[in-house]
Design a protein around this ligand. Structure first.
Ligand code: NDP
Length: 279
C-alpha cells in the first residue's frame, strides 16, 4: 500500500510541498502520496484533525502556518531542535502511538547555505536580521556549525536580546536594534529572517554590514530576486545572494529523510521548482 503524507495549514492551497515531495519520491524511487490539507480552526481543532489523519493511516505530516506551535504541543516526543525552536514543522506518527515532533526549518537553511551556497559557517561572522519564529528555529543548528560570532538585530530590539540570551554557548551572541549593529568588520553571512521582504521593504540597516564577499541570504523567495538581494548587489556587486527557496526544499528534504530514511538531493529539486515558478 502507498504510504500517505500531507502538509497541513491555513491557508494551504499555495503550498509547494506536494510538488517538492513528489519530486523527492521520483528521485529516490519511494512509493508515497503527499497532499495539502486545509485545517480551518473554526470547523475543527488542530488536534482533532491530526488524530483523524492518524486514524486514516497517514504516516506523518508537515505543519505550516499558523499551526507550528499547536504541533509542538501535540507531539508526545519533541526533538532537541523542536525544543530549541519551540515550534514543530514535522510530525512522525509511530506505531506505538507516540508522535515525534521535529523542526527541520533551521537545518534546511543551514544545509542550503553550506551545500548549495558553498559557504561553511565555521569561523564566520554571522548577522541575522529578525527575531521571529523562523529565526528562533535556525539558531541551534547554526550554533552547531561553530560560527565565530552571531549578531541578532531586530526592529523590536528587546526581542533580539531575549532570543540571544536563551542559548548557553561559548560562541559570542550579541543583539541590538537596527541602528546599533556593529559594522567595523562587516559580516561574512547576513541572513534576512524578517518578513519585511513580503511587503517589499528593507530592514533599515547600514550597507557597511556588507563585505566584498558577503553572502546575503533572504529567507523569503519568489520568481524574482528579493529587494534584500538587490540591495546587497547594489552596495557590493561581488556579494553572493540567495533566496529562501533552498531553505524550503531543504526543510522538506530533512522531513522526507525522517519519514523514509533516505536523504534526497536538494539542488535538482530547487532548480525544477524554480523553473516552474518562472512559468
Ligand atoms: P514572524 O512573524 O514570526 O517574525 C517576523 C519578523 O520580521 C520579526 O522579527 C519582525 O520584527 C520582523 N518584521 C516584520 N515586518 C517588518 C518590517 N516591515 N521591517 C522590519 N522588520 C519586520 O515571521 P517568521 O519568522 O515566521 O517569518 C519571517 C520570514 O521568513 C518571512 O519572510 C517568511 O516568509 C520567511 N520564512 C521562510 C521559510 C522558508 O522555508 N524559506 C520558512 C519560514 C519562514 P518585530 O519583532 O519587531 O515584529
Amino acid at each position: 500500500m502507498t504510504d500517505k503524507y500531507a502538509v497541513v495549514g491555513y491557508p494551504i492551497a499555495h503550498s509547494k510541498s506536494p510538488l517538492i515531495h513528489r519530486l523527492f519520491a521520483e528521485q529516490t524511487g519511494q512509493d508515497l502520496s503527499y497532499e495539502a490539507i486545509l485545517i480551518d480552526s473554526e470547523e475543527r481543532s488542530f488536534a482533532s484533525a491530526i488524530i483523524e489523519l492518524q486514524q486514516q493511516g497517514y504516516q506523518g505530516v508537515n505543519v505550516t502556518l499558523p499551526y507550528k506551535l499547536d504541533a509542538f504541543e501535540y507531539a508526545t516526543i519533541k526533538t532537541a531542535r523542536a525544543q530549541s525552536a519551540h515550534a514543530v514543522n514535522t510530525l512522525v506518527f509511530q506505531e506505538a502511538g507516540e508522535t515525534v515532533g521535529d523542526n527541520t526549518d533551521g537545518l534546511g537553511l543551514v544545509k542550503d547555505i553550506e551545500q548549495n551556497g558553498q559557504r561553511p559557517f565555521q569561523n564566520q561572522r554571522v548577522l541575522i536580521l529578525g527575531a521571529g519564529g523562523a529565526v528562533q528555529g535556525i539558531l541551534q543548528p547554526l550554533l552547531e556549525r561553530h560560527p565565530a560570532s552571531i549578531h541578532i538585530a531586530n526592529r523590536t530590539a528587546q526581542r533580539a536580546h531575549v532570543l540571544g540570551q536563551r542559548f548557553n554557548t561559548a560562541i559570542p551572541i550579541t543583539a541590538s536594534g537596527w541602528e546599533d549593529i556593529p559594522t567595523e568588520s562587516g559580516y561574512d553571512i547576513i541572513i534576512n529572517g524578517t518578513s519585511a521582504s513580503l511587503e517589499n521593504k528593507l530592514p533599515p540597516i547600514s550597507p557597511k554590514v556588507l563585505k566584498a564577499d558577503s553572502l546575503a541570504y533572504d529567507m523569503m523567495y519568489g520568481a524574482q530576486p528579493t529587494i534584500f538581494m538587490e540591495w546587497a548587489k547594489q552596495h557590493q556587486s561581488q556579494s553572493q545572494v540567495m533566496d529562501g527557496l533552498g531553505m524550503l526544499v531543504g526543510q522538506a528534504a530533512e522531513a522526507f529523510s525522517l519519514w523514509r530514511g533516505v536523504q534526497p538531493e536538494t539542488a535538482p529539486v530547487i532548480a525544477q521548482v524554480r523553473q516552474i515558478m518562472a512559468g
